[in-house]
Design a binder for this molecule. Structure first.
Ligand SMILES: [Fe+2]
Length: 271
């Protein structure tokens, strides 16, 4: 059950209200990476979690995110309040000014309503923990950008607190994932197809106007990697070289694919 304590988790002081900045703050109130999304994602994952230890973790952090929602909501409201009565301020967020009377609403900075589609909940705890680590990283970077666009010391101070807690949560989710001792590529129960799983498809060829070339790195070479031409390119290259053998499938369809291949070669040559 929930209990409300009539005190913010972090004190909010706003010197000069800035309605345009208040509008930006709504991104962390009702936006995709905002506090309500985090609170709902972790709480619902927690309610679904059969492991009591991880359930406790998810509900602790989910509940803290609700407290963050209260902090960011109060902060945004203080910045948006002038929109209720001041015409110039109202232009910063007409929807909040006209429909909401200067109060916060569950929408992002563009006025799009909050949606449960933001939530990533799969019912596989290791997959969910990875989503949560990514969610915290996104929230951290959004707070950082808000701090960079803010001049008000009291607002910056509260945002610094909220930003810091995202890293704390990232750390806790990361440690929880480690505690499962699952190899990082072991997802679910069905094994991936051998050989295919280690093939890196090189799906781009040629050099662009900037001279980009294919780059090698640990993401496509070394260890078990086999770097191969992408299937679509192999087909294209065989056609170009005239070495493409019609497959059984082609024969079955009266050689249509072979004819098409010939046609494509023609049009490429401008004949
Ligand atoms: Fe948060």
């Amino acid at each position: 059950m929930y209990h409300h304590i009539k005190e913010l988790m972090y004190t909010v002081n706003v010197g000069d209200p800035d309605p345009r900045f208040g509008n930006m703050l709504l991104e962390q109130f009702g936006g995709a990476n905002g506090e309500l999304a985090a609170a709902m994602q972790y709480s619902i994952q927690g309610w679904n979690c059969p492991d009591p230890a991880l359930k406790d973790l998810l509900l602790d952090i989910g509940t803290e995110e609700l407290s963050h929602l209260e902090v960011i909501g109060n902060l945004a409201r203080l910045h948006l309040q002038p929109t209720k009565s001041d015409r110039d301020a109202a232009e910063a967020d007409p929807l909040i000014a006209i429909a909401g009377g200067g109060g916060v609403a569950l929408q992002n900075s563009q006025g799009n309503p909050w949606t449960a589609d933001y939530l990533k909940i799969t019912g596989e705890i290791d997959v969910d923990l990875r989503s949560n680590i990514a969610a915290e990283a996104r929230a951290k970077i959004v707070y950082e950008r808000l701090i960079n666009f803010c001049d008000d010391p009291g607002t910056k101070d509260a945002l610094q607190f909220l930003m810091t807690r995202e890293i704390t949560h990232m750390k806790a989710f990361g440690k929880a994932l480690e505690s499962l001792r699952k190899p990082p590529l072991k997802i679910g129960r069905i094994e991936p197809t051998p050989v295919l799983v280690d093939q890196y498809f090189n799906a781009s060829t040629g050099e662009s106007q900037d001279g980009d070339t294919d780059i090698r790195g640990p993401w496509n070479e070394g260890e078990d990697w086999e770097r191969v031409d992408a299937p679509a390119f192999r087909e294209f290259a065989d056609e170009e070289a005239g070495t493409r053998e019609p497959s059984e499938e082609d024969e079955g369809s009266s050689g249509d694919a072979a004819k098409k291949a010939k046609g494509r070669r023609k049009s490429k040559g401008g004949e």
